[in-house]
Write a protein that binds this ligand. Structure first.
Ligand SMILES: *[C@@H]1O[C@H](CO)[C@@H](O)[C@H](O)[C@H]1NC(C)=O
Ligand SMILES: *[C@@H]1O[C@H](CO)[C@@H](O)[C@H](O)[C@H]1NC(C)=O
Ligand SMILES: *[C@@H]1O[C@H](CO)[C@@H](O)[C@H](O)[C@H]1NC(C)=O
Ligand SMILES: CC(=O)N[C@H]1CO[C@H](CO)[C@@H](O)[C@@H]1O
Length: 352
């Protein structure tokens, strides 16, 4: 008996070097943002320059990530995320797509400014076909500030990208220990480290380098998405612009955007995506000219119901469902690469 146990222990001991030391490969794609920012002093948490620190310095500042995975870095861009255009967005998506296709890459982390982080994450979730974890991460304080949140966010993002349990669950936003689904997370406050929220809740939480899961996403993403970055040519998407709803509006912004070439206008309406009675004729006129009218809401939670506040069937409009205006803008742009049919675009808004 004792002999068998010893033999077994020996056998396991010999196997261990081949099993437990194979770390997953994670690539960090750096794009700039506050997480790569630099302030004049450690008390500058709000006054600093974004997009300064190169990717190698970001990784070297958190040496603990090398215990989680074999981590390498790529500097894709060095921008503050408010200045990201279609060109940069497509550059990021193509870079990530190229990486996930490599057999020796197990997961990808994108460091990104928080301003448009939710947009890039949603775009990746719609256009990159993979079951490998893709994690978009940022920070609210620059690395030079007291209690900078970037290092732990990066550590957690790498842990998530390296986790086998994260496979096939889509694109994530990792901020402040929370694991969010790309489609419904949004930046909701511009001063605190718990800036990102999803009205439907987080998918899970990341504690001491390990993810704990509580939900899945009910909408389409990864391999079941009909959009594919590989089918998008050039550096620009169809033009979609947002008009913010309020009291006492002028119709001029809608008309000007259409004149400038907008193929769809997201109406960030009051309340339930409402449209002022004196604005309705302008929107109907533009719709008849072939501009898609998409009702979203300026209210950060809830959703827009078709044919409730406005007769969308009658007008040929689309509702954005629970997508906020900036996410609706991206889905509309992708939809327009495939169709001009409002009914078909509406189907996409229900499914993604
Ligand atoms: C670490 O990742 C790099 C880049 O993907 C790769 O070239 C290298 O072989 C990896 N190292 C190990 C030990 O797997
Ligand atoms: C996803 O689809 C691509 C082709 O579009 C295929 O190569 C890949 O194996 C698929 N991945 C999974 C996990 O199904
Ligand atoms: C629309 O608005 C009213 C109150 O303003 C609310 O009671 C109703 O549930 C809203 N929701 C939707 C999805 O239309
Ligand atoms: C919603 C969706 O498309 N999920 C798929 C993501 O990829 C995994 C692995 O291929 C599938 O199992 C999911 O169905």
């Amino acid at each position: 008996m004792k002999k068998t146990v010893t033999a077994l222990t020996l056998a396991i001991g010999m196997l261990l070097p081949f099993t437990s030391y194979a770390k997953n490969n994670v690539v960090v794609v750096a794009t700039g943002g506050t997480i790569a920012g630099a302030g004049a002093s450690s008390t500058n948490s709000a006054t600093y320059t974004a997009a300064k620190v190169p990717v190698d310095d970001l990784l070297n500042a958190v040496p603990q990530i090398q215990n989680l995975a074999n981590v390498t870095g790529v500097q894709a861009l060095q921008v503050a995320s408010e200045s990201i255009t279609d060109k940069e967005l497509l550059t990021i998506a193509r870079k990530v797509n190229e990486l996930v296709k490599k057999p020796d890459v197990n997961g990808v982390v994108i460091t990104h400014g928080t301003d448009t982080l939710e947009e890039t994450a949603y775009f990746l979730s719609l256009t990159v076909h993979t079951d490998k974890p893709i994690v978009v991460v940022g920070s609210m304080r620059p690395p030079s500030a007291l209690s900078a949140d970037g290092p732990l966010n990066l550590y957690s993002a790498v842990a998530l990208a390296a986790a086998d349990s994260a496979k096939g669950k889509g694109v994530f936003v990792l901020m402040n220990d929370d694991i969010f689904a790309a489609r419904d997370v949004s930046k909701t406050i511009n001063i605190h480290t718990d800036a990102f929220v999803s009205q439907w809740g987080a998918l899970g939480t990341l504690v001491e380098g390990k993810p704990y899961w509580f939900r899945n996403v009910a909408k389409r993403f990864n391999n079941s998405s009909e959009f594919n970055i590989e089918n998008i040519q050039g550096d620009a998407l169809p033009i979609v612009q947002i008009v913010y709803g309020s009291g006492n509006m002028l119709p001029d912004a809608y008309v000007a955007y259409a004149k400038a070439g907008a193929k769809a206008i997201i109406h960030a309406g009051t309340g339930n995506g409402s449209v002022a009675n004196y604005i309705v004729p302008t929107l109907n006129q533009l719709q008849q000219q072939g501009v898609q009218i998409i009702r979203s809401s300026r209210v950060p939670q809830g959703f827009v119901l078709r044919n409730a506040e406005q007769p969308d069937d009658k007008y040929g409009w689309v509702v954005a469902h629970d997508l906020n205006p900036q996410k609706a803008k991206l889905l509309a742009a992708l939809a327009l690469t495939k169709t001009k049919d409002a009914k078909e675009i509406q189907r996409m808004f229900w499914e993604y």
